[in-house]
Design a protein around this ligand. Structure first.
Ligand code: NDP
Length: 297
C-alpha cells in the first residue's frame, strides 16, 4: 500500500465550477449573460466529444454557448470571417477555436484573429506576451488548472524546483511561465534534453506534458515529489482501449507524495478553467466594452 495522495481533479473542478456559477449569477443580475462561442471545423470524433463536454459544462454553470460547426472543407477566409463576426458581436464574450484544425487551415493565423479580450484559451500572442510579463488576464486553461491543483496540494509554491516535461505552446511553455510567476525555480525538458530522467529526479514538482504513454517511470521521480500528469494517451491493453497518462502511475505511487490520475486529474480542470476565463472575459467586457486592443478586435 502506498501513502501517495491521488489528487482528485474532478472534485477540484467541481469547486471551481461552483465559483463560476456564483459569478455567472452575479453577472446576470447586473445585466450580462456570459456567452461562449465554440467553433469546430470538420468531424474529428475526439474534438466532437471535447466540444460537447464544454457546451454541457457551460450550460451547467449558466453560461450561454453558441456552437459553430463548419464543414471540413471550410476555407480560411470563411473561418476568419466567422471569427471577425464573433469578435464584433456584443453578445459574445469568449471565442474558442477547437484544435486541431483540418490540415489546409492555418491554425496560427486563425488563433491570432481572435480578439485578445475574447481569447478564452489564452493562445493569442498578446495574451502570451502578457503571461510572460506577468500581467495576463486570460491564461491557458490546462496550465491554469494545474496551478490550482498544485496550490490545493502544496499551498505555497515559492522556491520549489519544478520540472516541466514538454515545451508546447499550449501546455509546456505557459506552464513554465505560471510556475515562474509563482516563484518556483523552473526547468523545462523536451525531446532534445540530455539526462532528462536525472534532471527530473531533482524536482519537487513534476509536470508531465509529453503525449507518450507512461514514459515517466519511478526512476524519473524524487521521493516525495508532487506530480501533475497532463498526458492523455489511448492504449490498447488486454483487448480493451483505455486512457493512460505520461507517468507510469503504478510505479510512481510507491514513491511520490501526490499525483493526478488519468483520467480524473487535469482533464476536468481544463474545462473548469475555460469557464473561469469566459466569466473573466465577460466581466472585463461588461466593465469596458470599448477598451482598445492591439489586434483585430
Ligand atoms: P505536443 O506534442 O505539442 O508537445 C509534446 C512535448 O513533449 C514537446 O515539447 C516534445 O519536445 C516533448 N517530448 C516528446 N518526447 C519527449 C521525450 N522523449 N522526452 C522529453 N520531452 C519529450 O503535446 P501537447 O503539449 O499538446 O500535449 C501533451 C500531452 O498532454 C498530450 O498527451 C495531450 O493529449 C495532453 N493534453 C491534455 C490536456 C488536458 O486537458 N488534460 C490538454 C492538452 C493536452 P519537442 O518540443 O522537442 O518536440
Amino acid at each position: 500500500m502506498s501513502a501517495a495522495l491521488l489528487i482528485d481533479g474532478k472534485a477540484a473542478a467541481a469547486r471551481a465550477l461552483a465559483e463560476v456559477k456564483a459569478e455567472v449569477a452575479a453577472l446576470k443580475a447586473a445585466g450580462t449573460t456570459p456567452c461562449l462561442a465554440v467553433i469546430l471545423v470538420g468531424e474529428d470524433p475526439a474534438s466532437d466529444v471535447y466540444v460537447r463536454n464544454k457546451v454541457l459544462r457551460a450550460g451547467e454553470a449558466g453560461i450561454r454557448s453558441l456552437e459553430h460547426r463548419l464543414p471540413a472543407n471550410t476555407a480560411q477566409a470563411e473561418l476568419l470571417g466567422l471569427i471577425q463576426r464573433l469578435n464584433a458581436s456584443a453578445e459574445v464574450h469568449g471565442i474558442l477555436l477547437q484544435l486541431p484544425l483540418p490540415a489546409h487551415l492555418e491554425e496560427a493565423a486563425a488563433l491570432q484573429a481572435i480578439s485578445p479580450r475574447k481569447d478564452v484559451d489564452g493562445f493569442h500572442a498578446e495574451n502570451v506576451g502578457g503571461l510572460s510579463q506577468g500581467r495576463a488576464v486570460l491564461t491557458p486553461c490546462t496550465p491554469s488548472g494545474c496551478m490550482q491543483l498544485l496550490r490545493d496540494t502544496l499551498g505555497e509554491l515559492r522556491g520549489k524546483h519544478a520540472v516541466v516535461v514538454g515545451r508546447s505552446n499550449i501546455v509546456g511553455k505557459p506552464m513554465a511561465a505560471l510556475l515562474l510567476q509563482a516563484d518556483c525555480s523552473v526547468t523545462v525538458l523536451h525531446s532534445r534534453s540530455h539526462n532528462a530522467a536525472e534532471l527530473c529526479r531533482q524536482a519537487d514538482i513534476v509536470i508531465a506534458a509529453v503525449g507518450r504513454p507512461r514514459m515517466i517511470g519511478a526512476h524519473w521521480l524524487k521521493p516525495g515529489a508532487v506530480v501533475i500528469d497532463v498526458g492523455i494517451n489511448r492504449v490498447e491493453e488486454h483487448g480493451r482501449s483505455r486512457l493512460v497518462g505520461d507517468v507510469d502511475l503504478d510505479s510512481a505511487l510507491a514513491k511520490v507524495a501526490a499525483i493526478t490520475p488519468v483520467p480524473g486529474g487535469v482533464g476536468p480542470m481544463t474545462i473548469a478553467y475555460l469557464m473561469k476565463n469566459t466569466v473573466t472575459a465577460a466581466r472585463q467586457l461588461a466593465r469596458s466594452p470599448e477598451a482598445p486592443c492591439l489586434s483585430t478586435c
